[in-house]
Design a protein around this ligand. Sequence first.
Ligand SMILES: [Zn+2]
Ligand SMILES: [Zn+2]
Length: 338
Amino acid sequence: MLKAAITGVRKAELVQAEMPRARDNWVVVRTTIIPMCTEYKAFTAGIQTAFLGHEAVGVVEEVAQPGRVAVGDHVVVMPLFPCGVCDLCVAGDYIHCEHGVNPAVSTGSPEGAATYAEYVVKQDWLLPRIPDDVSDELAGLALCALGPTMGALERMQVDAFDTVLITGTGPVGLGGVVNASYRGARVLVAEGIPWRADKARELGAAQVFDPADPEIAAQIRQATGWVGVDAALDCSGTVAAERLCIDAVRRRGQVAYVGECDQPLEVRISPDMIRKGISIHGSWHYNLNLYPKIVQVLRNAPNAAKLISHILPFAEVQKALEICASHECAKVLLRAGV
Ligand SMILES: [Zn+2]
Ligand SMILES: [Zn+2]
């Protein structure tokens, strides 16, 4: 089979690899759609690797034992390799599992663990079926495009009574605009890249604010009658935006962080938390039990398909990574098997 490798600075190509094989509850899936995520960072930094990607959609190719999926099923390949038996996994919160397994040990081969490949392996319980009326392209949004913000908005129970601020509208934040709009919320956005600001408006954002403007917190408060937003959701992973979420949220409001960041954020417990009475959530992905709700968004949100800005053949992975690195894109999909 073919898989993608980064072979130098801004250099990616397809290379030959061994086919993964099914074993126990490990299933081989032939990829049809490979959604692109943060891999462009390794591409621009020239970090050489032949194991790229954690998102995939495809068709079940081989099973080793009767289980939750059958050959020919179209499935979403969920991220990570959680244990499947701890309390978190059983409850559907597998993303927070502390006992992840090594697929190379479990299947006898390292191939198939990374998703920029023609075939991948995954435990059968992490392969939710795609209904016949949902395309594989659209199902590609059920991972990091719509997933992280689905989990966060569900956690904050955002609905049509709420105004929600989304900071950072890369593919994850744009997915947040789709999710929050679908729930009927009024969506405000903080985004500095013009292409992404325009895309956020197209997907339903009522107003877009410039994060470089020192008055942005006051502007957002003004846009809510000086009350503050009901919920704020950072998808940028920048400290300034993380802080803006706390400053822009109303008293008794909620903040959720889905953008990864390892820089410290200053939070003053009395003025920021106790006296405002806010709740702060860390949220990564969505509980497996929310998959039917994601399918509802795919089926019924009028703007969901607009989250896909580019679809390129797998062979054009180099060009696709350049598009991701340009930041002038929403979700970029690779089409495999053509
Ligand atoms: Zn587990
Ligand atoms: Zn991702």
